[in-house]
Design a protein around this ligand. Sequence first.
Ligand code: GAF
Length: 401
Amino acid sequence: MTDTTTPRGFADVFDTEVVGRWSAPGRVNLIGEHTDYNDGFVLPFAIDRRTTVTVGRRDDRLLRISSTFEEGVHEISLDALDPASMSGWSTYAFGIAWALSVAAQHSDSPAFAAAGGDLTTIDLSTARGLDLFVDSEVPVGAGLSSSAALECAVAVAFAELWSIDVNRSTLAAVGQLAENDAVGAPTGIMDQSASLLGQADSGVFLDCRSLDADVVDLGFAAAGLEVLVIDTNVEHAHATGGYVERRSSCEKGAAALGVTSLRDLDAGDLERAEETLDDETFRRVRHVITENQRVLDTVRTLRTEGPLAIGRLLDASHVSMRDDFEISVPELDLAVATAQATGALGARMTGGGFGGSAIALVPAEARAAVEAAVVAAFADAAYTAPTLFTVNAAEGARRDG
Ligand code: GAF
């Protein structure tokens, strides 16, 4: 009799020999939302939920991929890497191979230029094909970057197996290129950077213009704090609607104010922005300006006073996203307000918005009460039950075996 509880594995699908296993984490953004594509600051951390890819080497030029979450095998030839012929979830993996193959043509793009390195050394012309089997603990659609986790696990596997010698910022830029031009989502570079550069118990403080990344000790456990994720189970998407619109509002605001990007503005420009822009664009711009400042304030506060003092910055970030950037939804607002009212030091939605997850920074002894209150509030409002779990800051992409 078949044991239906055993998940499918590499050997159920492929007959090549396994040469290794690589994994990459999802991320929680502690603070700094919609600032990455404005050349601004972000402070995400990699989480202890990972996507793993088990790899076998082939003798031909095919990339084949399968997973625990969907039966069947997707395949593409390394001689015909073209986003137009990619579809579905495998685009995140095949898109990385495509982005590596065209990276040198993008060497002048701001991300590749900032990342540095010689992209002409990337040569897939003699690379052998691979069989890839994916398993993931990162929930899809929860705003925790399941797509970046897959991209980055595959990217580090490809880099090692195809002897591509580039730094991790360059791999993040490769991931962003795949997401933008193969998947079609005009996202920034935060998620791939967090997944590639994360370290245990630390945040990744990234300047998205220079790509300078600094490790910031979060010190949550030592302060008796936990990060509670409240996944609203309202699914979000980046390739459509609101995300795209917010990005164009920011570009419009920057152009009207005569700067390359909103990063070039600070609180001293708010009055001029209000006089120059229509009300909606002004509020989008104000979010980005104030959010950049909150990232800087959070990093400074973590380094001086410690994590017990950052709650009000998380709360203020949520208000800005709710009222100025307008990317929250009632379920996220309820999760945040309930957590704040029942013991969280601070709470905010995390990620692109329009659904997905909120995070709450809670004293360990208050966690059960916060969880119970959030579940009850969702039931009272007749919302779909949320999924709650805690996360720790974890190591970025790596070889596991
Ligand atoms: C999504 C995007 F992928 C990121 O690049 C970032 O813009 C984020 O939304 C909002 O901060 O996760």
